[in-house]
Structure formats: structure tokens, C-alpha cells
Ligand binder design. Structure first.
Ligand SMILES: C[S@@+](CC[C@H](N)C(=O)[O-])C[C@H]1O[C@@H](n2cnc3c(N)ncnc32)[C@H](O)[C@@H]1O
Length: 271
């Protein structure tokens, strides 16, 4: 399964929904309370997960600008089930190049899900500056933060996790990715432009019955370790074999750390 395939996004979405931090989500929704209609831009929308997570919880009429550079995902996002009060406009934009175009015009709230760990420090800085210049609040959900916990543990886990987290810094089209450092970097970048930032953990939790998700993650992590070049291929294969046997036996649980954040402009301006 490729990193942004519709199949992978569909597999992970229930875990994203369960993981989303209610305090952070509700802070974002409270920010637009009283507006009718509400104009929302979702950056890197995929098939529309932010829309599905938020639209039913906003009582007002909403206009959603759904932005992605993948036309196939955008087509699915445009057709997603939603409340009648939510209007949707899919917009193909390469955010690495044309972030500003995505944010221009009438916007009350910027949302994004599972994007910040893919972007570079300079792009994050650009996002903070462009949001601040427009005084736009940002709700950024599900940034991977580097924590992977297995139960039961295996002697190969630590080396694989280290390789996965190093591999996460590869270039995903925005320059070298922040990977697990994304949430911490976002907190400081948005604080630096005078924003008040709320953040909480939003972890994926997989129990013994979540075999498909666990196996997809294990395969992805083994592949990342192979591309990274460590540990040795024999050790990666042996680790994957042992972990898959635990999944098949219904004895495996995995927690994957994420952070949700909501950043809103205060009156104080740039620090
Ligand atoms: C991990 S997926 C998350 C999708 C969706 N937000 C979700 O949570 O299901 C990352 C998304 O970023 C999009 N993306 C990657 N690079 C992009 C770029 N340069 N411009 C616009 N979208 C991009 C991908 O097409 C994909 O939809």
C-alpha cells in the first residue's frame, strides 16, 4: 500500500477518528462558533477525512475548500458523504509550490490531517507566516511524533523504530521532512508568530483484533528500515516474521504516537 493510496487512507481513518483529541478538536470548532456560513480550507485533504471528522460537528452552514495535488483522491473527497449544510469545492494545488493560493480569499479556519510530519522546516515556517499574515487559525491533527510501543516487546523493536524515525526525515516533496519533530516544531513556529497553541496527544491504539492495520504498519516499517539500510536485512526479515506471528496469534498490540494541535492568533503579534 503506498503512503497516500485511497486504500491506506481508508484503513487508517477509523484509527484517526478514534485518536483525534476531543479537547483540541473542540477548541477549533469553538473558534468558528457563531459564524454562519463558515469557510474552511483543508490542506492535503486526501479523500476528505477532516471534512468527515468535523462537518457533522459544526451546526452552521459550511463551505469547504479541499486542497490536494492528487486528482484521484480529490475526486473521492468531492464525492464524500456530508451534511447538506456543508458545501465542498475540491481544488488541485501543489502545496509545496502554491500554499499561498490555497489560503487566499475568504477563510475562517485552516485544517489539516496527517500532513505536518511530511513537510520541511522552511515550509512549516511559511505556513506559520502565511497563516499569521491572514490571522487564520490552524487545526492540525494527527502528526506522528516518533513514539511506537509494541506489546509484547521484541528484541528487534528498538532498531526498527530508530530506522523508521530516521527514514521519516526523507523528502516527501516539501524538502527534508520534519517527521517526528513536526509537532514540536509547529508549536514553536506558531508561538513565534504570536499564536496561542493548544496541543494534546492523539495516539493510534491497536489491539489484538486490529490485524489488518497492524500488518500494514509492520510491512511499512520493515520497508522503511530496508530503505534506510539498517538494521541488516536478515534482522528486518526476522523481526517482521516474529511480529507477524504475534499478530496472527492475536497477541499483538501497538500504540503509535501522534499529536493534535490548534493554533490561533492572539492580539500580541510576532514575538
Ligand atoms: C498522509 S495523507 C493524509 C490525507 C488526509 N488528510 C487524511 O488524513 O486522510 C497526505 C496527503 O498529502 C497530499 N500531498 C502530498 N504532497 C502534496 C503536495 N505537494 N500538495 C498537495 N497535497 C499533497 C497527499 O496527496 C495526501 O492526500
Amino acid at each position: 500500500m503506498s503512503a497516500f493510496s485511497a486504500d491506506w487512507l481508508a484503513l487508517r481513518e477509523p484509527y484517526d477518528i478514534a485518536a483525534r483529541n476531543a479537547t483540541v478538536r473542540d477548541a477549533a470548532i469553538a473558534r468558528v462558533a457563531g459564524l454562519d456560513p463558515v469557510a474552511i480550507v483543508d490542506l492535503a485533504c486526501g479523500t476528505g477525512s477532516s471534512l468527515r471528522a468535523l462537518a457533522p460537528r459544526i451546526a452552521a452552514r459550511q463551505s469547504w475548500r479541499l486542497v490536494d495535488n492528487d486528482l484521484s483522491l480529490l475526486a473521492r473527497a468531492g464525492g464524500t458523504a456530508r451534511p447538506d449544510r456543508a458545501q465542498v469545492t475540491p481544488v488541485p494545488i501543489d502545496l509545496a509550490r502554491d500554499l499561498e493560493a490555497a489560503l487566499d480569499g475568504a477563510v475562517d479556519l485552516v485544517t489539516t490531517t496527517a500532513l505536518l510530519d511530511l513537510v520541511s522546516e522552511p515550509w512549516l515556517e511559511r505556513l506559520a507566516v502565511e497563516c499569521a499574515a491572514r490571522r487564520l487559525p490552524l487545526y492540525a491533527a494527527l502528526s506522528y511524533d516518533g513514539r511506537i510501543a509494541f506489546e509484547p516487546q521484541d528484541r528487534g523493536d528498538a532498531a526498527i523504530i530508530a530506522a523508521v524515525n530516521a527514514h521519516q526525515h526523507g523528502d516527501k516533496g516539501f524538502g527534508p521532512s520534519l517527521g517526528p519533530a513536526a509537532a514540536t516544531a509547529a508549536l514553536s513556529r506558531f508561538a513565534a508568530v504570536g499564536y496561542d497553541v493548544t496541543h494534546e496527544t492523539a495516539d493510534w491504539v491497536m489491539g489484538p483484533h486490529d490485524r489488518e492495520m497492524q500488518n500494514a504498519l509492520l510491512a511499512g516499517w520493515a520497508g522503511a528500515a530496508r530503505e534506510f539500510g539498517a538494521p541488516h536485512l536478515d534482522e528486518i526479515i526476522a523481526w517482521l516474521t516474529r511480529r507477524r506471528e504475534l499478530v496472527a496469534a492475536g497477541r499483538s498490540s501497538i500504540r503509535v504516537g501522534h499529536v493534535d494541535l490548534f493554533a490561533q492568533p492572539t492580539g500580541s503579534g510576532v514575538r
